[in-house]
Design a protein around this ligand. Sequence first.
Ligand code: AMP
Length: 284
Amino acid sequence: MKTIREPRLMHNESEGFRSAGKRIALVPTMGALHGGHTALIREARTRGDVVIVTVFVNPAQFGEGEDFNRYPRDSEGDLRTASEAGADILFAPETAAMYPPGYQTFVTVEALSLPLEGAARPGHFRGVATVVAKLFNITCPHCAIFGQKDAQQVVVLRRMSRDLDLGIEIVVVPTVREGDGLALSSRNAYLSVSERREAPVLYRALRIAEKRIRAGERSAAAVVAAVTSEITARSSASIDYVSVADAETLEPLSALDAGRTLLVSLAARFGTTRLIDNIHIRIE
Ligand code: AMP
């Protein structure tokens, strides 16, 4: 595996792959690579002749007071993990190479960026869309692999790829979880021992939502109440939001009609650590 730090060099390399007729699969990450990321890299391996993993902690997607400065960084571990999972190139640019002085161009996917994570983290998806658009331009992929863990991110980036005629296929990999259900996340490293013990309540609460809906519950408010009470009764977490929305439009729902795919999603804080999780439920 080769490491590249300069956007210009990365772009030249990708142009070389393209002119040799190679299919490029991209896996954008913020590093501190774990089993969720390696699932994406393995998926990329099945879809591309060349697999490019990017590691870039993108300041533009962190709000004021968020964890940009303390976000876990592990460049040695990332090299090893990306290489073992089958990456050909690790692209890890410096911040100044991505946002040089005078930088002022941003990509905004409008309505889809507003609810859920967008409401809790204003400007977050503007940062995400901008950096992913840049990574797409630098690495020239045919497809890019993302995790279901960040469900709204997938919806926003699919819209961006369509709206800007990027022609890049957005591939989604299911959320990888610990044995107790906790979704793998670089931020899990912040959890204290007791918070870590409590954190699986998030997925348990989502499974309760699923069970209720499959048993015929059609009120979104009742589902939200069941999820909320499971979390608050069984942990010290404070809830940012619990939502039942249409999985494609992200429109909040009150009645859960047949023929839709629902996105049940939530964000909660354990101490200072903010975790997100979600599930999709198809109602036939
Ligand atoms: P991050 O490094 O957190 O920005 O994540 C990079 C990519 O990995 C995103 O597409 C995430 O959705 C994906 N990802 C993170 N955690 C998981 C997980 N537990 N399962 C599947 N994909 C994940």
